[in-house]
Design a protein around this ligand. Structure first.
Ligand SMILES: C[S@@+](CC[C@H](N)C(=O)[O-])C[C@H]1O[C@@H](n2cnc3c(N)ncnc32)[C@H](O)[C@@H]1O
Length: 297
């Protein structure tokens, strides 16, 4: 399935403040936001894009040959190292995964098609879902399922995974999905493995850690009056975004360096923008999206 961009026009309406400006798309994916941004800016404008997924970067190199465009394989948590001197007029985060990642069984994100239990967006680093599930202690697995997936049966699922592990290591997405189905029966439309797969994906990719790091680097690479647009797809991400930019509360963990007070650095332009009923009807994946917009002071 093609990746259908979410809040495409609305995000660019806020992001583009200068048609000749320089922009940064931190989550290129399959490039719909990038392509549309290039359609809008002038011949003097520039767009740099980043993705931690090598397949996304290859797609960008092959499909967007516009001289105003460049793409890099990087994690947005290291964005200041990639652009030590450059300052941008606008920066876009469209968080989470692409439909193309979820639909490719070989990437191991989907409980519906069989594939290696991997789930890494960047296969060149980190640990796979199988490596983690086959070695983590039971309470760690249960905590991750509960905190990142809001999975109420986290303890029972973690127990079932441990029991499976005594016979053989978990290797495939369908094996994991079947283990979960021994604990949770199918009811309604939602597959019983949905929450656990989300939780494991967030953990394997350290998504929340990288988001916090990425946000903490923004002030180094945004121009004054530059805009940051962030589209989140679940409450864990949106809470981090909301709290990061909250004027009076500094809630970043101690290991994340922040040289400037966030409240002195940003102004909230738009608190919470949701997709229209029409967009949700055309693209049900967009229903959980929340967009927030901030300006650097
Ligand atoms: C929702 S998709 C973006 C879709 C894109 N806006 C489009 O129009 O096709 C999210 C993308 O962000 C990438 N991504 C997620 N976390 C990242 C990170 N920490 N650093 C860089 N890229 C990341 C994923 O690999 C994925 O391709």
């Amino acid at each position: 399935m093609l990746h259908v961009p979410v809040l495409l026009e609305e995000s660019l309406d806020f992001l583009i403040t200068d048609l000749s400006g320089t922009y940064l798309d931190l989550t290129f994916g399959r490039g719909s936001h990038s392509q549309q941004l290039l359609n809008r800016i002038s011949s003097q404008g520039r767009l740099h894009a980043v993705d931690r997924d090598l397949e996304a970067v290859s797609f960008g190199k092959e499909n967007i040959t516009d001289p105003r465009f460049s793409i890099y394989h990087s994690n947005y948590s290291e964005i200041d190292a990639l652009f030590p001197k450059q300052k941008f007029d606008g920066i876009l985060f469209d968080l989470g995964t692409c439909s193309t990642q979820l639909d490719d069984s070989y990437r191991g994100f989907s409980f519906q098609s069989d594939g290696p239990l991997d789930m890494r967006m960047d296969k060149s680093s980190g640990f796979s879902a199988a490596e983690w599930l086959n070695s983590a202690p039971e309470n760690e697995i249960s905590d991750i399922l509960y905190h990142y997936g809001d999975e109420r049966s986290s303890r029972k699922i973690a127990r079932a995974i441990m029991e499976f592990r005594t016979k053989k290591p978990l290797q495939t997405t369908i094996e994991l999905s079947k283990v979960i189905e021994t604990v949770l029966k199918r009811t309604g439309k939602t597959h019983p493995a949905t929450k656990s797969f989300q939780a494991i994906r967030i953990h394997v990719n350290q998504e929340l850690h990288h988001l916090r790091m990425g946000l903490s680097k923004l002030h180094n690479i945004l121009k004054v009056n530059g805009v940051v647009v962030i589209i989140s797809f679940h409450s864990l991400e949106d809470r981090i975004v909301k709290n990061f930019f909250k004027p009076e509360i500094e809630q970043m963990p101690k290991d994340i360096p922040i040289n400037t007070s966030v409240s002195e650095t940003y102004r909230c332009i738009k608190k919470k923008i949701k997709p229209s009923t029409h967009e949700i009807k055309m693209n049900p994946r967009s229903r959980s999206a929340v967009m927030r917009v901030f300006e650097k002071l």
